[in-house]
Design a protein around this ligand. Structure first.
Ligand code: PSU
Ligand code: MN
Length: 304
């Protein structure tokens, strides 16, 4: 396993001494935001994690090496290069064995974090069951990963490009708890409420750390979704987002977009249709997740 992994010194030192580490994904850098905001955001998120008292570990695959923790130059490269594949579970072995570059999805970042022994991971939004999945069978590998791999994922809920109700049903079947941080309502990324309830609400990081500790001590394999609503001042107009999503879905259908292209296509179209607002909201919700995720990682590191 270590044959394929490069753990940055500050990350391996933190792990060895039991200090809090927060994993961060790279799809958001390579495929989620335009340059230079992607690189600025990735570096600012690392700063937020440090200020909160943990060590950031941004994860990606470079030249076939799974990198746990990146240099500034590597973040810059991921944000500008065009030869970075979207890497989910099924892509990892191909990318590693062929010496390629990959930006890791939620699923792949969880796998890499787990290999390194990192238990807390901060991102923007997770994949899920797509609208129309009864015909397309399009269900993100993120959900299977949440069922199997012991990493907690702090996110701003799921975008309504997905069928949020079916996503929750799937997670329930797979035994993945969905927690709300200071909310009873599952957030929907750009907006604070999806209209669906979370399984459990917690109002502080210590409570969530305690649940994670109990879950894994009990041998209950798999992760947990911790959904943290976007700060009110950055919330978008639900009608505007809804209209953009409806338009993006119908374009994807007309163009016959399928498989791993679907999510990036929808995310990109929603971003274009809504203009700059959605980018600003996206950045702010990731910052907010980084603050909360760091608190959880610090609280969890104190429980042994
Ligand atoms: N949802 C978002 N933003 C994202 C993603 C999903 O709101 O950036 C990315 C994440 O990396 C996620 C991936 O793991 O898309 C899911 O892709 P798919 O649906 O192909 O599994
Ligand atoms: Mn899919």
């Amino acid at each position: 396993m270590t044959d394929y992994l490069d753990i940055k010194d500050e990350v391996s030192e933190a792990l060895a001494s039991g200090r809090a580490v927060v994993a961060l994904e790279s799809t958001i850098i390579s495929h989620g935001m335009p340059y230079p905001r992607n690189v600025e955001t990735a570096l600012a998120v690392e700063e937020i994690v440090r200020k909160g008292g943990a060590v950031p570990a941004t994860i990606a695959i470079l030249g076939g090496r799974i990198k746990i923790g990146l240099s500034r130059e590597e973040v810059e490269y991921l944000g500008t290069a065009t030869n970075i594949l979207k890497a989910s579970r099924r892509d990892l072995a191909h990318i590693v064995s062929n010496g390629l570059n990959g930006a890791t999805t939620v699923a792949a970042t969880m796998i890499a974090a787990n290999l390194a022994g990192i238990r807390v991971f901060v991102t923007g939004g997770i994949g899920g069951v797509h609208r129309g999945a009864e015909n397309s069978f399009d269900i993100s590998a993120d959900l299977q990963e949440l069922a199997a791999t012991n990493v907690a994922v702090i996110c701003a809920g799921a975008k309504s490009i997905l069928d949020i109700g079916l996503t929750l049903e799937y997670l329930e079947t797979m035994g993945v708890p969905v927690a709300g941080f200071g909310t009873d309502d599952l957030p929907a990324f750009y907006i604070r409420k999806s209209g669906f309830k979370v399984d459990y609400r917690y109002d502080d990081a210590e409570a969530i750390a305690g649940v994670l500790h109990a879950k894994w001590k009990l041998g209950l394999e798999g992760g947990m979704v911790i959904a943290n609503p976007i700060p009110e001042e950055y919330e978008m107009d639900p009608d505007k987002i809804d209209a953009a999503i409806t338009q993006a879905l119908s374009e994807a259908d007309k163009k016959g977009i399928k498989g791993k292209e679907t999510t990036p296509f929808l995310l990109d179209r929603v971003k274009q249709i809504t203009g700059g607002d959605s980018l600003e909201s996206n950045i702010q919700l990731v910052y907010n997740n980084a603050r909360v995720g760091t608190e959880i990682a610090v609280a969890f590191s104190k429980l042994k």
